[in-house]
Design a protein around this ligand. Structure first.
Ligand code: AHR
Length: 516
């Protein structure tokens, strides 16, 4: 297969936020206890964190961690997780039907974030919680002065505020699986009180309202009522399992990134309609996403951890980069265990294939500030796009008003994105070849700057077997190879179903014609 890639390095489209490579740590199952937090484990540090898990979170340059839920947060009272562990009450968590002794709480979460260099992002309880409780949480974390919750923090030995900048206004309150679920208007009115109280306590925080991935009426109402107070509207997506995509159909699944990009655009359109402001700064936050639903059946879980799934994960991260004028936050859900990128065993960790995608992308694009325009001409394939809203509430009214819609769409095999670092001294190009059988020779031209093509660094994630897994027995079966490419002729050859990230020096800095 042959393709043509043109990069317009002098056309900087927008800034990229590294928070799109963030992760979700729900306080449930083995996402925290018995994995990252395990005080009795031989590898635990002085604060009870497993050092091998911390290393893995650092290595993947975790920019942001969302906590504590998810469904869990809708019956979580943060004060139960404060103070000496032996004094903390054991509570029943009805989201996950489990007992929680609250050993891991806010202070432990902040410590975890500090240890791995991540921004904390806390979602508040809008199920059984109150606006006052949320405001007190903000005070405990960020407050200065001499008030009750500042004193409480200081009494625990934390003189300085934790500076938690990102706060979520509840989780999935549109769904009847959520404690406190309600109508869009009831949510928006309640969230207004929460937002006011929280911003009164700390006006510098950024607020993330609860949105709906396919609920335009919900998003419209939320944006309309909350527009002066929110910075992001969060939407969630798990394509295979909760969504409409068929695991066995490779080409259909490889379309998921484009589908997600459509959902981003529809959500942004809802926000524009709700605020009545075409230039609104309110962003879309994908603060829970995974290719697969959380499935606790080990056999099905394997499908979420194959090399094939890594290719799909890379495609979704490409879509966030492409939409990075609209998306500044994304949280892979969950990062640890279940269908996450890191499997934590008693004896060590296994980096699943998608772990390497995060490592490659966060490393390369984490240093990049400027997303630049590019265009790829390549072979496409046709498939049936099925959009089925029948299992979701509320039904969308503005974006698409059919219950189920089927139509033909065309999608490319080669997907490329490019960015420059802040100083405009390096260019990063990520090339995803989704073709299941064919390698590709890509004619590459970069306009607007001079690339030193003689010495180009390239990282590739490839395995001949799309179903390959990393396991305790074979932890390195799918791994990254690093090599130096000579692409002086402008030709880059990539393997079938592979991810390649090229980093090249620029001979002279690109001029910018920012269009923002
Ligand atoms: O399966 C994880 C759950 O999915 C999260 O707790 C919730 O937010 C979502 O519905």
């Amino acid at each position: 297969m042959k393709a043509r890639l043109t990069v317009y390095a002098d056309h900087i489209k927008n800034k990229i936020s590294s928070n799109i490579f963030g992760h979700f740590m729900e306080h449930c199952i083995d996402v925290i206890y018995g994995s990252v937090y395990d005080p009795h484990h031989p590898l635990a540090d002085e604060d009870g964190f497993r050092t091998d898990v911390l290393d893995a979170l650092r290595e993947v340059k975790t920019p942001m961690l969302r906590y504590p839920g998810g469904n869990f947060v809708s019956n979580y009272h943060w004060e139960n997780g404060i103070g000496p562990a032996e004094d903390r009450p054991k509570m029943f968590d009805y989201a996950w039907n489990a007992e929680d002794d609250n050993r891991f709480g806010t202070v432990e979460f902040i410590k975890l974030c500090k240890k791995v260099g991540a921004q904390p992002y806390i979602c508040v309880n809008m199920g059984s919680g109150t606006a006052e409780e949320a405001m007190n949480w903000v005070e405990f974390c960020n407050g200065t002065g001499d008030t009750k919750y500042v004193r409480l923090r200081k009494s625990l030995g934390y003189e300085e505020p934790f500076d938690v900048r990102y706060w979520g206004l509840g989780n999935e309150l549109y769904g009847d699986w959520q404690y406190g679920s309600c109508s869009a208007l009831d949510y928006a009115k309640k969230a207004l009180d929460f937002a006011k109280a929280m911003k009164w306590r700390d006006p510098s925080i950024e607020l993330v309202a609860c949105g709906h991935d396919i609920g335009s009426e919900w998003n419209y109402t939320v944006a309309k009522v909350l527009k002066p107070l929110i910075d992001h509207v969060a939407i969630h997506h798990y394509s295979i399992g909760y969504g409409v995509f068929n695991e066995d159909n490779y080409e259909e699944c490889m379309y998921i990134p484009e589908y997600i990009s459509k959902l981003t655009k529809v959500a942004k359109a809802d926000i524009i309609a709700g605020t009545g402001d075409a230039l609104t700064d309110i962003k879309v936050a994908w603060d829970e996403w995974n290719t697969h639903a959380w499935d606790f059946d080990a056999k099905k879980n394997e499908a979420a951890c194959t090399f094939r799934n890594a290719i799909l994960t890379a495609g979704i991260l490409h879509s966030f980069l492409r939409d990075s004028d609209t998306v500044e936050i994304a949280s892979y859900s969950p990062f640890i265990n279940v269908c996450g990128a890191l499997a934590v065993h008693e004896s060590g960790v296994v980096k699943r294939p998608q772990y390497h995608v995060f490592k490659m992308m966060a490393e390369a694009f984490g240093m990049c500030d400027c997303f630049v325009d590019s265009h790829t001409v390549c072979e496409e394939y046709e498939l049936d796009e099925v959009i089925d809203f029948s299992n979701r509430l509320p039904e969308p009214k503005f974006a698409l008003d059919a219950k189920s819609l089927r139509r033909k769409v065309k999608t490319p095999y080669i997907d490329c994105v490019a960015a420059l670092n802040e100083e405009c001294t390096k260019i990063v190009i990520s090339i995803l070849n989704k073709h299941p059988q064919e390698d590709c020779e890509i004619d590459t031209a970069v306009f607007g700057t001079d690339v030193n093509w003689d010495h180009v660094q390239c990282m590739t994630l490839y395995n001949d077997d799309l179903e390959a897994l990393n396991t305790k027995e074979e932890p390195e079966k799918v791994s990254v190879s690093e090599h130096i490419l000579s692409v002086s002729s402008g030709k880059v050859c990539v393997k079938k179903h592979s991810l390649s990230i090229i980093t090249a020096d620029l001979v002279q800095a690109a001029g910018s014609t920012e269009d923002k």
